[in-house]
Structure formats: C-alpha cells, structure tokens
Design a protein around this ligand. Structure first.
Ligand code: B12
Ligand code: SF4
Length: 615
C-alpha cells in the first residue's frame, strides 16, 4: 500500500479530509484525550531479571506531557498512561518466573480506556526499537475498541513517513492508527482537535497523515516552529508519574553518582541542535538551529519539580544543551541564585566547543554531576565527513577544562564503523581519547537510522539494502544487541579481542565481526585498564560507584567490572570485600571465556587480596 503524499492543503484535500473526519468522529467532538506510552520494547527483547534489577530505562513521557499541557490550554481533559512504567512496576512486583509481559499492560490499558472513555487516543513512538511494541499496542486497541479514533506520533513515526521508500514495511504496520503525526506536534495536534471540533477549517491541518482511508491524505505543511510563550509552557507534570518512575527503572547514565532513593525527572530547556551530524535525525526532526526557552521558565520547572514532586536530580533532554554561552551561564547562575537545589546530568551529550572554562565552572557550581561529550571520532577526515561539530583540538581543549572540575564525571561518546573508516582511523580515535584522559568512553557501532543522511547515502552506495527493524537495534543499552549476547553468557567483552589491531593491514576497513573485537578492545583499554593508573580520590570514588553499578545492575556477567571494582575498593578502603572476590572466583571458574581474558591480561583474583596489581 503506497502512500501518496499530497502536500499543501487545498479545497479538494480539505473536502476529502472533512468527510474522513466525519467517518471517524460522527459527533465531531473531542473533549477527552488519552495519551499512551508503549513499553520501550516488546516481550521478545524483555528480560525479567533485568527488569527486577531495575536496569531498564523508565523515563517520564515528556513529549506526551508537553502535548497534554497544550491540550489543557484549549480546555481538553487529558490523561497519560505510561505502559513502560506499568510493565516495569508489574515485573518488580511479580514472583520469579511467572511474568506475563502482555498481560501486564493489556488489561490495565483496556480498563483505563473504559474508565476514562477518551474521544481520542494518542500513542507515542520515539525509538525504532519500540516499533514492535507500538504496533502491539495499536493492534490491541483496535481489536478491543474497533471504532476508537487512534493517532500516532513521535520521532520513529516521523522517520517512517519521511523515508517511505526505505521503510514501507514499518509504515504498513501502523494500520490500526487512523492518523499519523510528524515532527514536534503540539501545535498540529491541538489544531487537529480544533478542526474535529469544527473550530477551525480542515485547510488549517498540518503535519498529519490520514492513514486508514481509501484516499490517503497528507497535510505535509509544517507548522511554524514552537517559540516564545508556547515553548515556555511547562509540561503536565501531574500526569507524568514522577513519584514512582525512578523506583522501577533508571533515568540517565549518572544515577549511580546520586544518593539512593533520590527522585529523578527530565527537563527540556531548548529544542534542536546547531549541528547536522549525518548519522543523527535531530535536524530532520526538529528543523534547523536551536530554539531556547526563557531561562526563568526552565527555573520555574525545576522549582516545581523540587517543591511539588520532591525531585532531587534531573537529566536534561536537550540535544544541544550548552547552546549559547551567555544563556548557559545565566541559567546556571540563576539555578544557584534561586536555590533550585537539584543536581543534574547531561546524558545526551554536549558539544565540545561549548565546554569553555566559564561555562563549565558555572555548570559545576549549579550541581552538574556528569556529562557526556559528543566526540565520535578522533580522525579529522571522518569528523569532516560526518559533519561532526568538533575538531581534535576542540576535544583536547574541552578535556583540559573538564579535568579541572573533577566533581563532574566526564564521559565521551565514540562511534565505530563509519563508511570508509579504516583500522588506522580508529587508532586515531583511541589515541586522542587517551590524550583526553576523561572518565569513561561509551563506544557504539554505527547503526544507520532511516531518515538520516548517512542512511540514505549508504543505501545509494549499496552498503545497506533492506531495513528490518530487528536490525535497527543498538549495540548498547538494556535492549541493545550486546546485552542480548551477554544474556547468552557471551558478554561482548569476553570476546577474544587481544589481537584486534595486530597482524592486520591498518588501511583495511574492518568487517562487522572485527568491529565487535575492536569495540571490546577499546572498552578494555580506554575504560578498564586505565583504572590501574587512577589515583585521584574523587575520581576513584566516582569510578567505583560506576563499576559497582555495572557489576550489580547493568551487566552482572561483566567480570572486568567485578575485578576493577575490587581494585578500586582496595585502593580506597585498603582491602577488597570478600564477597567481591568470591563472586569473581566463582564466575571465572564457570566461564572459560572470561578466564582466558584474565590470563591474557595478567589479571588474577589473588591480586585483590594482596593489592599487588599489574603495572
Ligand atoms: C532524551 C533522549 C533519549 C533519552 C531518553 C528518551 C526517553 N525515553 O524519554 C535516552 C538517553 C535514554 C536516550 C537513549 C537513546 N536514544 Co535518544 N534521544 C533523546 C532525545 C535527545 C530527546 C527526546 C525528547 O525527550 N524530546 C523532547 C520531547 C518533547 O519530544 P518528543 O518526545 O519527540 O515528543 C514530540 C514529538 O515527537 C511529538 N510526539 C511524541 N509523541 C506523540 C504522540 C502523539 C499522539 C502525537 C500527535 C505527537 C507525538 O510531539 C511531541 C512534542 O513536540 C532525542 C532527540 C530528539 N530531539 O528527539 C534522541 C533520540 C530519540 N534518541 C535516539 C537514539 C538513537 C537513542 C539510542 C538508541 C542511543 C544509543 N545508541 O543507545 C538510545 C536508545 C534508548 C532505548 N530505548 O533503549 C534517536 C532515535 C532514532 C530512532 N528512530 O530510534 C534520537 C532521535 C536522536 C538521534 N540521534 O537521532 N535518548
Ligand atoms: S551534535 Fe549531537 S544532537 Fe547535534 S546533530 Fe550531532 S549527534 Fe545530533
């Protein structure tokens, strides 16, 4: 079923749309809207142990919260049903081995619809890896409520619609949704409701695709980018389950540095990004440039989070959080002046050029506990080709500043597997990373996303052909491919990666399998091995918290995390706890893969007793 995109509203299109709306909304009235957030992944990717450990993400539905606030502003009653939180809560409450993933959300969802009786349901889908889960929710709704009007929106939906040639199958899976919305959609959604309620003509519809009609209609016109007061509107915090999210899962990557029991939330202080990296869909989704909220509206949100919801830590959702030096400093100074009393992290990553001394010093004073620096590569040619907004000089300069503020845990995003990237180019990345000497390097292997420039160009070059969304899963993260491999007792770090760079032609492009070895090599050398040389007390404390988090929560089968947390314990406390040693001994006895890695690198459990570690 091919989709004809008819751009620009005209009279014919408006008439067709009017008829279509009447068929879905015979009363032409919307008074109540239910926004639904599907589980992050479907049951095939879900692992009960991981959920019980509280390792899965459990974010507030911020996009839904923003839409809800705009709907409320025109008098619509709104509720948000977060199925991800529901599933995680149910998993934690369930007896071992008896968890029915689907039952955990299906019955409560139908009950919620019967109780709330919405005139319209809006489902949200952000990640490609949430595709299957979203389709399951849509189909369930359609089966139980055949005439319920259903809309769907979010980043993944936008990507599917804007790259129809490559993702037709994905789009056709959304058959249960009557309407699909693209891009930032609060204005489009509000207009849609007003059009259904006959308060506006159909010709004013924007960013909406009529999905289940004989004549497929699309109003592809984009609304004016949200700015000013509208951008400043606070999300409907009361609908976002802020009291319980962090009890059932994680928010951000720096939670191990925050006191246990602290309530987490997220805040979006600006939209878009100044850069246009070819692997990223932010520009095609949010448009060009950055739109900033007023500093006071951000402070108001933080104050409400703290005083009304007991939040103690936030993760910024921004794509380009440090955009505008003056504004960043003003925001941080106001956080101090108005006594916001919330710590924060920037898990999403910041642009290196913005990490100047004045900005980072103000950030540290305002409660910054951690941030990721977007670097991706240390090779100038790759950086130019992927349009990364940074040079090797920028990265080194940012690292120099960040090393002066050791209270900030500074990590770096790296990527591998760009088209044409050779072993030698990857060695540049390793060398620059070593020179930067920051706290942790998160390495991911490129996963081209539909709708991004790199995806299109790889399809054109014949480097990619089909798009199975099974494949569009990331290597890292609780639902990532590497996690799955760990669950099969083959943690990616247990691979034989010692010789990843020896005996190869350095000007060759590594294969997929070889990239996995390089990934493990980089992880070991850039992250674990360098801990032998760490002797700054504050950093040892941060790294110990992080390693304990990996060993206990994220990846209990990672023997390096177990060993190196023992090393740091010994350094900080003078001895390694016996439980750490016996757990590691048991693990190595059971795993020939890990024993082999330990032998190769001269690591032994008795070193944790003697404190005599390899140089
Ligand atoms: C915050 C964020 C995260 C957070 C958490 C996100 C969350 N669950 O809330 C964290 C750090 C966990 C994260 C992780 C990842 N992320 Co991320 N992330 C973002 C980011 C920067 C902001 C999202 C956000 O909250 N925006 C603010 C709100 C207001 O916007 P919104 O949710 O999109 O909602 C708006 C519209 O989408 C729409 N809308 C949404 N729902 C609905 C519903 C209806 C009915 C309607 C009408 C409209 C509508 O209207 C809303 C208001 O304008 C986006 C970039 C971006 N700008 O979108 C990337 C982004 C979503 N992430 C991306 C990626 C790749 C990832 C990772 C895979 C990275 C990795 N390699 O591990 C992981 C995967 C996470 C997982 N599930 O396992 C990609 C997604 C691409 C894709 N198609 O999958 C994005 C687009 C960035 C990019 N590089 O291109 N991410
Ligand atoms: S800097 Fe980050 S958010 Fe901005 S375009 Fe590049 S990857 Fe995307």
């Amino acid at each position: 079923m091919d989709v004809e995109l008819i751009s620009n509203a005209n009279d014919d299109l408006a008439r067709l749309a009017d008829d279509a709306l009447l068929s879905v909304f015979p009363e032409r009235s919307i008074e109540k809207v239910l926004l639904v957030i599907p589980p992050d992944a479907d049951e095939r990717l879900f692992n009960l142990d991981t959920a019980k450990r509280g390792r899965y993400y459990n974010y507030p539905g911020y996009g839904a919260g923003v839409i809800a606030a705009h709907l409320r502003a025109i008098g619509i009653e709104v509720s948000i049903f977060n199925l991800n939180n529901l599933v995680l809560r149910a998993a934690q409450e369930t007896e071992e081995g008896s968890f029915d993933f689907r039952a955990a959300w299906r019955t409560p969802l139908s009950d919620c619809i019967r109780d709330f009786a919405p005139d319209l349901v809006g489902v949200s889908c952000m990640f490609t890896q949430t595709h299957n889960s979203t389709v399951a929710v849509l189909n369930e709704l359609r089966t139980i409520f055949p005439t319920l009007p259903i809309t769907l929106g979010g980043v993944h939906v936008t990507n599917c619609l804007s790259s129809q040639n490559t993702s037709k199958t994905m789009l056709s899976d959304f058959g249960a949704a009557n309407f699909l919305f693209t891009h930032e959609a609060e204005s489009a959604f509000v207009r849609f409701v007003e059009v259904v309620n006959q308060e506006r003509p159909c010709s004013e519809l924007i960013q909406v695709h009529f999905n289940t009609f004989d004549d497929k209609l699309s109003f592809t016109n984009r609304g004016a980018a949200m700015e000013g007061e509208e951008l400043d509107r606070l999300p409907a915090l009361d609908l976002m389950n802020l009291d319980e999210l962090s009890s059932h899962g994680t928010i951000g990557s720096f939670y191990c540095l925050v006191d246990p029991g602290t309530r987490f939330a997220t805040v979006l202080s600006n939209r878009g990004c100044r850069a246009r990296c070819t692997f990223c869909s932010v520009r095609s989704f949010n448009g060009k440039g950055v739109r900033t909220r007023s500093v006071q509206s951000v402070i108001d949100e933080l104050l409400r989070l703290r005083h009304d919801y007991g939040v103690g830590h936030v993760m910024w959702l921004d794509d380009d959080f440090l955009y505008g030096r003056k504004r960043s400093i003003e925001l941080f100074n106001e956080m101090v002046r108005q006594d916001v009393g919330i710590t924060w992290d920037c898990t999403n990553g910041v642009i290196a050029a913005s990490c100047t001394e004045d900005v980072i010093s103000a950030a540290a004073a305002s409660g910054c506990l951690g941030l990721n620096l977007g670097m991706e590569s240390g090779n100038p040619k790759i950086l130019r080709e992927v349009h990364k907004p940074g040079t090797v000089e920028n990265f080194l300069a940012a690292a120099e500043v960040l090393r002066k503020y050791p209270q900030i845990n500074a990590r770096v995003f790296l990527m591998l597997g760009f088209p044409g990237e050779t072993y030698r180019m990857i060695l540049d990345t390793i060398q620059v990373s070593q020179q930067m000497n920051l706290d942790w390097y998160n390495v991911t292997i490129l996963q081209p996303l539909p709708g991004t420039p790199i995806f299109m160009s790889m399809v054109e070059q014949g480097l990619l052909d089909s798009v199975g969304f099974e494949e569009i899963r990331y290597n890292s993260g609780a639902y990532g491919k590497h996690r799955k491999s760990a669950e099969l007792n083959r943690d990616m770090l247990a691979r034989d990666f010692k010789d990843a760079f020896s005996q190869v032609d350095l000007d060759r492009i590594p294969s997929g399998e070889e990239l996995d070895d390089i990934w493990a090599y980089m992880n070991f050398h850039l992250n674990f091995r360098r801990l032998f040389d760490e002797n700054r007390p504050i950093k040892m404390k941060q790294q110990l918290a992080y390693l304990r988090n990996i060993a206990d929560l994220v990846s209990p089968d990672n023997a390096f995390a177990q060993y190196f947390s023992g090393v740091l314990e010994h350094r900080i406390l003078g001895a390694t706890g016996p439980a750490v040693i016996s757990r590691l001994e048991k693990y190595l006895n059971e795993s020939p893969y890990w024993q082999q890695r330990f032998d190769e690198f001269g690591l032994r459990t008795d070193q944790l007793v003697s404190g005599d570690f390899p140089a």
